[in-house]
Design a binder for this molecule. Structure first.
Ligand code: SAM
Length: 285
């Protein structure tokens, strides 16, 4: 387990993932009833962008660093508001130094009745995450393989919830594991909202991954992708995607407006691209 998210916190991929996660949380909060977020690969929860590690890559500067300064059309600003307001809340003095990972973002947005179960397998990262939420009765941090949580921790006792699956993709076969994980989880909790993250880079088996997801025959599955550069000359991340199961009914329309703006703000070259479509749903691709 070599992956450490501090090197990537706040980058363009975090921006898309966290903007959508915040939107999903606000969607579930339309009802008073409590819900639970199961975060299977949680990280350390809060990232210091002035740290040596974050400074070394500087990835956040081309992610949240650009977006927080950007002029946006009103509808897109409204869509991004839960996410960007949470980031601003953590940085009241102005310039961004603290960036919320998925657990902290959720916690900033939570009402008193909402709950978080966060899994993190790296012992040091799990310790840091536990420290962050020490004494917080709304959060349970567990040092556990997140793939196991997709069985044992579902359905949540609240019977409403979001499942975020955000693995590091540092070992072979993570696309297949995502498909298998979703399949197992959905059989136990078919009304849950799921958000799965995956990388886009040279040679990534995206078409086969999408086909395998389609074959699961889960009725409502939306796909959103944003690439900030060509994948031809680089072996690193050129983009990232999200699979959202049981999305809010307005999400596709919102992403249709937001993704072109995110592309405009975050693009690294002229090959930047975006798309949003139903993998399974009313108007299947
Ligand atoms: N979800 C976090 C966020 O949005 O802020 C970022 C998570 S980062 C991409 C992936 C995390 O998964 C790393 O902190 C890594 O240590 C952890 N990890 C790796 N394998 C794991 C596993 N099998 N179960 C749980 N956590 C794992």
């Amino acid at each position: 387990m070599n992956y450490r998210h501090i090197y990537h916190a706040g980058n363009f991929a975090d921006v898309l993932k966290h903007a959508v996660l915040a939107r999903l949380i606000v969607y579930l909060q339309q009802k008073d009833k409590a819900f639970r977020l199961l975060d299977t690969h949680a990280g350390i929860g809060l990232y210091d962008l002035s740290s040596e590690e974050a400074q070394k890559t500087g990835e956040w500067q081309d992610g949240i660093g650009r977006l927080i300064e950007a002029e946006l059309p009103e509808a897109v600003a409204t869509f991004l508001a839960p996410y960007l307001d949470a980031v601003r809340t953590l940085n009241p003095a102005g310039p961004i130094r603290l960036y919320p990972g998925s657990p902290k973002l959720a916690r900033v947005l939570f009402r008193p009745q909402d709950r978080l179960s966060a899994m993190e397998l790296h012992p040091d990262d799990c310790r840091a995450l536990s420290r962050l939420f020490e004494g917080d009765y709304q959060v349970r941090v567990t040092e556990l393989d997140g793939w196991l949580a997709l069985g044992a921790h579902l359905p949540p006792k609240e019977k409403r919830g979001i499942v975020l699956v955000d693995p590091p993709f540092e070992i072979e076969g993570e696309y297949e594991r995502l498909v298998d994980g979703l399949s197992r989880a959905w059989r136990r909790f078919s009304t849950g909202v799921y958000c799965l993250w995956y990388p886009i880079k040279k040679g990534a088996p995206i078409a086969a991954f999408h086909q395998a997801l389609k074959d699961l025959e889960i009725p409502k599955m939306l796909c959103a992708e944003l690439s900030v550069r060509s994948d031809r000359e680089t072996t690193g991340l050129s983009g990232s995607g999200l699979i959202i199961v049981n999305p809010p009914y307005t999400l596709k329309e919102e992403l249709h407006a937001a993704l072109p703006e995110l592309k405009r703000v975050l693009a690294k070259d002229r090959f930047a691209s975006q798309r949003c479509f139903w993998l399974r749903g009313e108007e299947q691709a």
